[in-house]
Design a protein around this ligand. Sequence first.
Ligand code: NAG
Ligand code: NAG
Ligand code: NAG
Length: 235
Amino acid sequence: MSRAAFIATTLLVSALCARAQTEFLPLLFSEEPKLTEEQAAQVVGVWDQVGGFRLDGSVLDDALRQAVEAAADGNSTDVDFAGVLADAASPFDALSFKLFIPAIDTATGAFWAYYLIGPKGKKPAVTRVLGMGAATKDGVLLTGTKDEDTGTWYGLVKNDTTLVALYMEGLEAWNADRTEVLDNQVVAQYTYAKLPPEEIQAALALVVAKGAKADNSSQGIAATDRETHGGSGSK
Ligand SMILES: *[C@@H]1O[C@H](CO)[C@@H](O)[C@H](O)[C@H]1NC(C)=O
Ligand SMILES: *[C@@H]1O[C@H](CO)[C@@H](O)[C@H](O)[C@H]1NC(C)=O
Ligand SMILES: *[C@@H]1O[C@H](CO)[C@@H](O)[C@H](O)[C@H]1NC(C)=O
């Protein structure tokens, strides 16, 4: 992506996100259903990442350090900061990234989803998103959190075929002797295209296989959560 296009896209996504958030809570807490059955059908299924970029905080720091070292006499007015920003962006297609959304509740807007992400042609890692959604005039807005990371995930289902997502992860966590980053700071924006319904079977197989861990930890955590919060999800 060109530098101008990159900056324009980032500004557009920020503006969209701010506007969507001011609209979101009144919609979510209204007495009305949060979306129609037709909109729910647009949301659910398997989505394939087809565009976008990500920025890692660590990569920006490193790119900036290199640009300063390369500048004549460390002259900071000689550093192309916008260039550092554009060059630090990673392309969307380094990994295979699918998003499986099994269901969204039309009355409450509650939904859950799984990231299926990994090197192309290899078995992907499975992580969970849990969130709430509501129909807006721009499409169905989804907001959620990841199970394994500190980030916030926003999705906008524009129609039957297009979902755009913004992901922001803030906490940079280091190991005790600060030799390794365990969790990094990221902002990413991706576009997804809906895959045919036949893709659900393969996605579901990966999700179910993850739940059946040998150590049974997911069943144990679920049993404790059901007991504590009086949940009725089947055993
Ligand atoms: C720093 O770089 C700018 C832009 O290239 C130049 O105009 C200025 O003279 C440089 N300053 C020094 C102290 O080298
Ligand atoms: C869905 O939205 C995308 C992005 O706005 C647009 O390019 C595409 O033509 C739309 N598809 C349909 C079927 O309306
Ligand atoms: C996993 O948990 C279930 C339900 O608590 C139990 O019946 C089963 O024996 C466990 N399996 C293993 C391999 O520990």
